[in-house]
Design a protein around this ligand. Structure first.
Ligand SMILES: *Cc1c(COP(=O)(O)O)cnc(C)c1O
Length: 476
């Protein structure tokens, strides 16, 4: 059989893309960060195409890679409160930045505890990103989750400080944390960490390219004494295509600790600054082009739009009977929860609400309730990320948020933690996946309720089985 012509291949790709959520236009309030500037998308694509064949594995063979990275690091250093000593890397995303920050901290801890049989620990707020759990899992550390105030998502710094001990390799603060958009008390945590000579990572993956221009964002960046590293995703509010994040270190020695080098094999001398070996320069070049074009003024202008729209959306949500915004978020992320003070008949379940709002054309992100180690429960919520394009659909969005609440007000949703473990009917994940593939629909509210009701190992295993089946190659 002759292979298909290029046009046909691209037509097939377009057909596959039909089922995707829209990446532009502000209808999806998570996953995508749309500047609304078509010119930036075109520039990014053109820049990526120019380095398509480059292998970023070796910047001595491809010095453009070193230059692009140096430009990006210099820009990020200025924006994130770094100094002339600040160094770092461009990685493939927030997860990789965090993996490397944890790796560097582990190396330092081991150097300071030679021969120790203790398992080093990462101390992180309950709301810290899953990537810290993943890093601890990959790298053999224990993660100590510190409970936040479940009503407001705030973290009493003293609670974190209590956990800092000899075994602590790294302490984490988020600016802001993804689930609720709340900024942790970075100065107090970093200060206490510095007194004990413990590295402190600020996870500004989502906030790093928006908080610098946000009014009254407080002190959260590398300029805060005791902050040793920071991550900021270019592919979020940096408005770059996916595959780019920056990781910066205040301390050059800690920065060195993220590298891997090997001369003890018969192949080329290996020195990898990040997790991958051969790697694309496409997302680096694209991100570089976007931030060079925007400059700090461009980011300030886009942030301005986000600030205004976020205030509008907050006001709309606060005006909806039965719902409220959790805590006091700083930045463009909001978590919406059922108003615990509302009468039962007025209550709105945030997941049922997300379903109703989806039927009205806007995709919000459901987050399950979670019991913390101190027994308190962070309520289930629905997450919204406001981006520059949200301003163009703000009226429509407001109408959908209000009408969606009317649709489901007073319907009793599941109450987190109320189902006894093991008593809920558990669907076959393979059936669920096949059904979702065939119909293009997935009842997310039920999936989230199941996650709340099942023991966490079981729900995690269920997700694995589901995704494996959902993405599986055809067997016939
Ligand atoms: C998105 C995010 C991450 C993880 O980043 P990825 O790019 O998805 O790997 C980490 N921390 C926070 C706060 C985030 O918002």
């Amino acid at each position: 059989m002759t292979p298909p012509e290029p046009e046909e291949i691209l037509a097939r790709l377009d057909a596959y893309r039909q089922a995707d959520a829209p990446t532009h236009g502000g209808r999806v309030l998570s996953y995508v960060y749309d500047s609304g500037l078509a010119e930036l998308d075109e520039l990014a694509a053109a820049a990526a195409a120019r380095v398509q064949a480059v292998n970023a594995l070796d910047p001595t063979t491809f010095p453009s890679v070193a230059q692009l990275q140096a430009d990006v690091v210099a820009f990020a250093r200025d924006v994130l409160g770094g100094g002339p000593e600040t160094s770092g890397a461009v990685t493939s995303g927030g997860t990789e930045s965090i993996l490397l920050a944890v790796l560097a901290a582990r190396k330092r801890w081991r150097e300071r505890h030679p021969g120790s049989t203790t398992t080093p620990r990462v101390v992180a707020p309950s709301t810290a990103h899953a990537a810290f759990h993943k890093a601890a899992h990959y790298l053999g550390l224990d993660l100590v989750p510190v409970p936040v105030d479940p009503a407001g998502g705030t973290l009493p710094a003293a609670r974190v400080v209590e956990h800092l001990d000899e075994a602590t390799a790294l302490v984490v603060a988020s600016a802001p944390a993804y689930p609720h958009g709340v900024v942790d008390p970075v100065a107090q945590i970093a200060g206490a960490a510095a007194e004990r000579d413990i590295p402190c990572h600020v996870d500004a993956c989502v906030g790093g390219f928006v908080l610098p221009w946000w009014p009254e964002a407080g002190a959260w960046d590398l300029s805060v004494p005791g902050v040793t590293s920071i991550s900021a995703d270019l592919h979020k509010f940096g408005y770059a295509p996916k595959g780019a994040s920056v990781l910066l270190f205040a301390d050059p020695a800690l920065d060195r600790a993220r590298y891997y080098a090997l001369t003890d094999w018969p192949g080329y001398p290996v020195v990898n600054p990040t997790a991958l070996g051969s790697r694309s320069a496409m997302s680096l070049a694209a991100a570089w082009a976007v931030l060079t074009r925007l400059g700090t003024q461009g980011y300030a202008d886009l942030t301005d739009r986000v600030v205004r729209t976020t205030a509008v959306v907050r006001e709309v949500v606060d005006g909806i009977r039965g719902l409220r915004v959790l805590g006091d978020p700083v930045g463009p992320l909001l978590a919406v929860v059922a108003d615990p003070e509302a009468d039962h008949a007025d209550r709105v379940d945030p997941h049922a609400w997300a379903g109703a709002v989806a039927r009205r054309g806007f995709v919000l992100q459901g987050q399950p309730g979670m019991t913390q180690t101190d027994g308190t429960t962070i309520p289930r919520s629905t997450h919204l990320t406001i981006t520059p394009v949200t301003s163009g659909v703000a009226g429509e969005l407001a109408a959908a948020l209000v009408a969606g609440a009317e649709d489901v007000r007073g319907q009793t949703g599941g109450v987190p933690g109320s189902a006894a473990q093991g008593e809920v009917p558990v669907p076959d994940p393979a059936d669920l996946a096949r059904q979702a593939r065939e119909t293009g629909e997935l009842d997310l509210a039920s999936v989230l309720a199941l996650i709340e009701a099942l023991p966490r190992e079981r729900s995690a295993a269920l997700l694995v089985d589901f995704l494996a089946e959902f993405t599986a190659a055809p067997r016939d």
